[in-house]
Write a protein that binds this ligand. Structure first.
Ligand SMILES: NC(=O)c1ccc[n+]([C@@H]2O[C@H](COP(=O)([O-])OP(=O)(O)OC[C@H]3O[C@@H](n4cnc5c(N)ncnc54)[C@H](O)[C@@H]3O)[C@@H](O)[C@H]2O)c1
Ligand SMILES: O=c1ccn([C@@H]2O[C@H](COP(=O)(O)OP(=O)(O)O[C@H]3O[C@H](CO)[C@@H](O)[C@H](O)[C@H]3O)[C@@H](O)[C@H]2O)c(=O)[nH]1
Length: 446
């Protein structure tokens, strides 16, 4: 049993704290947002993450997990201190390190010799050195400590299984012995552990996210070509993915990637590269293709319906992906704002993200069910592929709609089935565009 302190209780911090407690360690989580802290102390999770709240409650009851806003409580006893605070996008596109610097200052004030500070937040190359300097400045010369970079690879919606069954654990440090102590902490997980230097570990995180984002933009570009040439991108991805060198994952064409990580991390890497005098042209293309995917989706609605003024559009799914309530950089927000700008009215439904979406989309009407979204709608747009949208009663939806138009941004439905049910259906990269409902169809896709 080790004493662990986790600074920050967002998606990464709470998962880290709860899971290490579940492995039998004694964990103190420090959170400065007092509203969040109150919720956490009452045994509730401030985020929707399947299985997390149950595990949190269990470990709090067992006395292995506690929450505080007081660094004096968490830091002095801890052998391992994880920094998991946010690193959002700054105005210039670089990663904003305000929270990391503040956490390092506070840790420094209460640190005792022998602790290891582990940076789990996604931070630009060189941040580990900066954190070390800030802590040293505040801890004073007598306190001996190490900084280890341990980038986090969990995905929202599957955070627990990603924690307990990681593909790999990356550790970067100046002092190999410190990295080995952190490796030993993770031993029970049985995952491959890669030990490298600080800067390389920091870069592995950005390169991994940028590569996954590149695959998504690549398949979205292929989808656009498929649409023009009458091929089916899902089959293309299946055929490509069967090649072991390519693999089947992250080849789902759609409305582009969103979330709290890919958009900000690709941009931050671009910024890092440009600041170092490189010319990151592939990263620029990845970002351009991603924003075009959202625009093209909106253009499809216009192509089918014509002028959107006064049209009622129903949107299914708001979170940036299923199984999370996270609305950060969700494609739904850009799509809905573009529709509203073109004069449409929008109704929307999401199984869990509506409370978070309300403040971002104040003029949207939120409904209690997916079926309510369809009522009187001129078109229904599938934006997030929640499981419950796979089982809809389409005969019922068709009766509710003003006209049976479905634009599917995630290729959730079978085009032939939808058309045989009488829908005007348009997916992503799956053959020809449907005949527009208005005469002067615009050319789409550019
Ligand atoms: N969200 C993910 O799925 C994910 C996955 C891998 C890596 N990451 C990276 O991990 C980091 C955290 O991401 P997140 O989504 O969990 O962030 P988040 O914004 O959801 O949570 C950060 C938390 O830290 C708290 N905090 C800020 N400053 C603090 C301080 N000085 N002391 C104590 N608490 C403080 C905030 O109040 C907030 O609750 C980011 O760098 C992100 O890029 C995120
Ligand atoms: O084939 C695909 C796969 C994903 N997406 C979209 O890509 C975005 C990101 O999806 P996903 O990677 O599943 O979610 P995140 O929770 O943002 O996780 C990513 O970002 C985290 C934060 O850095 C990393 O830890 C994870 O490894 C990395 O997968 C979402 O909008 C998805 O809809 C696609 O459009 N097509």
């Amino acid at each position: 049993m080790k004493n662990i302190c986790v600074v920050g209780t967002g998606y990464v911090g709470l998962t880290t704290g709860v899971c290490f407690a579940d492995l039998g360690h004694s964990v103190t989580c420090i959170e400065i947002d007092l509203q969040k802290l109150e919720l956490l102390r009452s045994g509730k999770s401030p985020i929707y993450e399947p299985g997390l709240e149950e595990l949190q409650e269990r470990n709090m009851r067992a006395g292995r997990l506690r929450f505080t806003d007081d660094y004096a409580v968490g830091i002095p006893e801890a052998e391992f201190i994880f920094i998991t605070v946010g690193t959002p996008m700054s105005e210039d596109g670089s990663a904003d390190l305000t929270y990391v610097k503040a956490a390092a200052r506070s840790i420094g004030k209460y640190l005792r010799s022998g602790s290891i500070i582990i940076d789990k937040s996604t931070v630009p190359v060189g941040t580990g050195d900066m954190v070390e300097n800030i802590i040293a400045e505040h801890a004073g010369p007598d306190v001996k400590f190490d900084v280890v970079s341990n980038p986090e690879f969990l995905r929202e919606g599957s955070a627990l299984s990603d924690f307990f069954k990681p593909d790999r654990i990356v550790l970067g440090a100046k002092n190999r012995e410190a990295a080995q102590r952190v490796a030993a902490l993770h031993e029970t997980l049985g995952a491959p552990i890669i030990i490298t230097d600080l800067r390389t570990a920091e870069m592995i995180k950005y390169a991994s996210n940028a590569f996954l984002a590149t695959r998504i933009s690549f398949i979205n570009e292929i989808a656009q070509i498929c649409e023009r040439l009458g091929a089916d991108v899902r089959e293309v991805a299946r055929g490509m993915g069967a090649d072991k060198r390519i693999g089947p994952h992250f080849l789902e064409a759609g409305v582009g990637y969103g979330g709290s990580c890919f958009p900000k991390d690709v941009l931050a890497l671009y910024h890092m590269a440009a600041s170092a005098g490189c010319h990151p042209q592939l990263l620029q293309a990845v970002m351009d293709i991603n924003s075009d995917a959202r625009k093209r989706f909106v253009k499809k609605v216009e192509t089918v319906l014509g002028d959107l003024t006064g049209r009622l559009i129903g949107v299914l799914g708001l979170s940036f992906k299923p199984n999370t309530d996270d609305m950060r950089e969700a494609p739904s927000v850009d799509i809905i704002n573009a529709l509203l700008k073109k004069g449409a009215r929008v109704k929307a439904y999401d199984p869990v993200a509506m409370p978070r979406a309300e403040e971002l989309l104040p003029t949207v009407t939120f409904t209690a069910t997916a079926y309510d979204v369809a009522k009187d709608a001129d078109a229904l747009l599938l934006v997030t592929e929640w499981n419950e949208f796979k089982q809809l009663d389409w005969q019922r939806i068709k009766r509710y709609m003003r006209q049976p138009v479905v634009i599917d941004g995630r290729n959730l439905y079978d085009p032939r089935e939808m058309r045989s049910l009488g829908f005007i259906y348009w997916g992503v990269g799956r053959g020809e565009a449907p005949v527009p409902l208005w005469e002067e169809a615009t050319n789409i896709g550019d």
